[in-house]
Each structure stands twice: as structure tokens, then as C-alpha cells.
Unconditional design. Structure first.
Length: 64
């Protein structure tokens, strides 16, 4: 569960591979520079944020 935690994409680590948006299209989208970003309207309530962050091969998705 999210428990008021949120996801963040560290742009300096993002390789722009698209894995996150392919697996979780309701959570991630591409920023204008091609890197991933969390959608402004992403509903993370009840989701396992650690599981979501683990799909990134470059560990660019972090739980805050």
C-alpha cells in the first residue's frame, strides 16, 4: 500500500527504456525529454510501490 508515500523518477538514472510505462501505463508516462515520469493523476492508493519501483532496470524509480 502507498501509505502516503509516493514514487519519483530520478531522471539522471532513467535510460528511457519504457519498461515502467509498458508495465504500469496507468502510473507512468514520458516527459518531453523522453525520460519517464509519474503521471500527475496517477492513483497509487492500494498499490505496492516497492513492486512498481522494482520494474526499472536502472533503479531510477524510488519510493519516497
Amino acid at each position: 500500500m502507498s501509505d502516503n508515500k509516493k514514487l519519483k523518477v530520478k531522471k539522471e538514472l532513467c535510460t528511457k527504456c519504457g519498461t515502467c510505462s509498458a508495465v504500469y501505463p496507468d502510473v507512468f508516462e514520458f516527459a518531453p525529454d523522453g525520460s519517464a515520469k509519474v503521471k500527475d493523476d496517477a492513483n497509487l492508493e492500494g498499490k505496492d510501490l516497492n513492486e512498481i519501483s522494482s520494474v526499472c532496470p536502472s533503479n531510477a524509480i524510488v519510493v519516497e
